[in-house]
Ligand binder design. Structure first.
Ligand SMILES: NC(=O)c1ccc[n+]([C@@H]2O[C@H](COP(=O)([O-])OP(=O)(O)OC[C@H]3O[C@@H](n4cnc5c(N)ncnc54)[C@H](OP(=O)(O)O)[C@@H]3O)[C@@H](O)[C@H]2O)c1
Length: 248
């Protein structure tokens, strides 16, 4: 489990362990920096499947592309050598159509390096997580004002993404679907509107101002395609519970 301590990875570890699987957690804070080709040692001995949900600690396109590529190459090379049969990497819906957005250039490099180096690659492309409006607000807030990219999104509960990653790592897929899967939540929303609703649910006072998004994304490139799996609760249901519990 690469990225075991993150938002998604920590849930994957929990669900996989609850389903009776033995999990090896990999992260820098756990002592394994996957950008170092020697770091894996024998961590992958007797491992059947690798799940990669790492995320570089920078949004800079060039730096993130380099780090994503190094991690995927090192993990894939070590996994092949250890006889791992399957690798599942988490990616984002619509990134091929959104190459005018630097972070998605880096994310596509992650996918491609995984397909090139890893044994039995499968790609799960998710829409934005329900936590995304809160993450964007935290990054964009300047005092009582926040400029938010104006784009449509169909967010999904991160817990559903984590459950699906466990399924993809441990179960055979319908051969008609191939190795790649898209997942989204049930409702199409506007990101600006979600941030405003989150601010209101929290009882905060922040002026949320729409800002131009990359042209592809403003045009709907990150919305799910017709074959996407639709999973989990809608954003409003999730947000009300999460804010009440102090988790959003
Ligand atoms: N946010 C969204 O709405 C969204 C939607 C779809 C897909 N995604 C994708 O989902 C993935 C996971 O997102 P997340 O929110 O769970 O990320 P996150 O919370 O930032 O977690 C990232 C994980 O990667 C680990 N990591 C980073 N660099 C590493 C390295 N060099 N070696 C080993 N471990 C490393 C981190 O642990 P350490 O820091 O301890 O190393 C952490 O466990 C990302 O690729 C993201 O692009 C996100």
């Amino acid at each position: 489990m690469a990225g075991a301590t993150g938002l998604i990875g920590s849930q994957v570890v929990r669900f996989a362990a609850a389903a009776g699987h033995q999990v090896v957690g990999l992260s820098r804070s756990g002592g394994v920096d996957l950008t170092d080709p020697a770091a894996l040692g024998d961590h992958l001995r007797d491992v059947d499947a690798v799940v990669d949900v790492t995320r570089p600690p920078t949004m800079d396109q060039q730096a993130a592309t380099r780090l994503f590529t190094e991690v995927a190459r090192n993990l894939g090379t070590a996994a092949r050598a250890a006889g791992v049969r399957r690798t599942v990497v988490l990616s984002i819906v619509g990134i091929e159509e959104s190459q005018d957005f630097g972070w998605y250039v880096a994310t596509l490099a992650h996918e491609r390096a995984t397909r090139e180096h890893a044994p039995g690659p499968r790609v799960l492309r998710s829409t934005q997580f329900h936590e995304f409006p809160g993450q964007v607000l935290a990054r964009s807030r300047r005092g009582d004002r926040a400029e938010i990219m104006d784009l449509p999104t169909q967010p999904v509960a991160s817990a559903e993404v984590a459950r699906l990653l466990v399924e993809l790592a441990t179960q055979d897929l319908d051969p008609d679907r191939g190795g790649d899967v898209e997942v989204a939540g049930p409702r199409r929303e506007s990101l600006v509107d979600l941030v405003r609703r989150l601010v209101a649910l929290r009882g905060e006072h922040v002026e949320v101002v729409p800002a131009p998004a990359a042209a592809s994304m403003a045009g709907g490139s990150v919305l799910p395609g017709p074959h996407a799996l639709i999973r989990g609760e809608d954003w409003e249901t999730w947000a009300r519970a999460a804010v009440a519990a102090g988790r959003a």
